[in-house]
Design a protein around this ligand. Structure first.
Ligand code: ADP
Ligand code: ASP
Ligand code: MG
Length: 415
């Protein structure tokens, strides 16, 4: 089988969904499993619903209406014969959502988040699946939660590979399947999610379990570029990169591929194609075995909204193993993502990301034992295959708070 993944941008409106059909007709859709994300920015819109619900805000109905109107508008512009069918399906999902909002008694934010966030993917896949059936591309809609099993780490669930492999192996490789990215479920059947942007990872999980011939991620860019084109001028296409190089780039924050995507593919040597859904004749980027980076040019990765924290002992003692392990434990307890560390005798600096809004709690805890200073809203630039020219270009962008260089990789924290 081959696996395709379409992200939010590729299904953001009726025209985009028609373009997905163009891609399928151009590439062929036999023995294919398609993983699809929520439409456009709908995951953000569902996050707003969650926020309103949890904070008992009056604007909850308005937030739900926004999401309803968005999907119904697409349906209006897409369907003819199957319109009553899709409306019935969509109403069922909104019914399930309302049912959850009314009945839920669990106060755990992460649990609530996952029970609500998944409707984005459920809605988008239903719409695409029924539309494809309407125009004669016969396919089966699959509820990913019946296949992809995880633990109960809500919002960042770990895959239960044994159960997932067993379930996915039951799929019939002669079919065309449509399923949701980003979601899974616990052994008890509660919905979980794999972390924001996790649909790429879902696609890789299916590729692994089905021994797929390839995975293609369809994007609004020509492929993997040597920098994010939203923040860097003249970004260039990377024609070929090794799994290792792609893992490093994704790990440092190149948001074009979710970092967990690469390992399952590498383990089975399944090539990953990153291609443009506009430009079907272009080859895009091949991630696979072989040449590590072609062309061999510096690559720039930007992570914004970082916090640079500097920690020293209250009694001026050295920052050694004992303190460091203590600090790491506290960072881990508050689920703060560490993107860079630097240590000196008296102070330990760490560049972190406050993904789960726990930084204030972390500060309270760490202040009990250490002296702490921090700088919020800083940017972390990583340059892979750095040269002098590339480093100079970044250094011009702001005040340098920290600089670190290892073989070929230079990282800078700028204010
Ligand atoms: P999806 O629709 O699959 O969710 P995303 O919006 O998550 O797509 O990812 C595509 C975007 O990633 C591009 O539009 C681009 O702005 C951004 N991006 C960041 N880094 C890179 C990079 N190195 N190469 C290409 N695109 C990048
Ligand atoms: N829809 C989810 C998100 O926006 C997952 C994904 O698109 O990969 O994070
Ligand atoms: Mg995305």
């Amino acid at each position: 089988m081959k696996i395709f993944k379409f992200g939010g941008a590729s299904v953001k409106d009726a025209e985009s969904i028609k373009n997905v059909v163009r891609v399928l007709q151009h590439e062929g859709f036999e023995n294919t499993l398609i993983v699809i994300s929520a439409m456009g920015k709908m995951t953000n819109a569902f996050e707003e619903i969650i926020h309103s619900y949890c904070n008992k805000k009056d604007d909850l109905p308005q937030k739900i209406d926004f999401v309803r109107d968005y999907h119904f508008n697409i349906i209006e512009n897409l369907f003819t014969a199957n319109k009553p069918v899709i409306i019935l399906e969509i109403e069922q999902f909104f019914g399930q959502l309302s049912g959850f909002l009314i009945k839920n008694k669990n106060n755990d934010y992460n649990f609530i988040y996952d029970q609500i966030i998944g409707f984005g993917e459920l809605l988008s896949t239903k719409i695409v699946s029924i539309y494809l059936n309407e125009i004669g591309i016969k396919n089966s809609w699959v509820d990913v939660r019946d296949y992809l099993k995880t633990d109960d780490t809500y919002r960042d669930a770990y895959v239960n590979w044994d159960a997932t492999l067993q379930n996915i192996s039951k799929l019939n490789s002669d079919n065309l399947y449509i399923t949701q990215g980003f979601l899974g479920s616990t052994a008890q059947g509660k919905t979980t999610s794999l972390g924001r942007e996790g649909s790429d990872y879902t696609a890789a999980i299916f590729a692994y379990c089905l021994n797929a011939v390839s995975l293609t991620i369809w994007k609004d860019v020509d492929g993997v570029l040597n920098a994010d084109p939203r923040f860097f001028d003249n970004a260039e296409l990377l024609q070929q990169i090794s799994y290792g190089e792609a893992i490093e780039m994704a790990f440092y924050g190149a948001s074009v591929i979710h970092p967990k995507t690469l390992k399952p593919l590498e383990n089975k040597n399944i090539p990953l194609f990153v291609r443009s859904f506009y430009n079907l004749n272009a080859k895009g980027t091949i991630v696979g075995k072989g040449h590590y980076l072609l062309p061999d040019i510096p690559c720039f990765i930007l992570k914004q909204q970082q916090i640079l924290v500097s920690i020293s002992a209250l009694d001026f003692s050295f920052m050694v193993e004992y303190n460091l392990s203590d600090i790491f434990k506290i960072l881990h307890d508050y689920k703060l993502k560490v993107n860079l560390i630097q240590n000196s005798a008296l102070s330990f600096s760490v560049c972190i990301e406050d993904k789960f809004n726990t930084f204030q709690q972390f500060l309270t805890e760490i202040n009990k034992k250490y002296k702490v200073t921090f700088s919020e809203n800083v940017s972390l630039y990583t340059i892979r295959h750095a040269n002098e020219n590339a480093v100079n270009k970044i250094e011009e962008k702001g005040e340098i708070l920290l600089k670190q260089a290892t073989k070929g990789t230079v990282q800078l924290v700028l204010k």
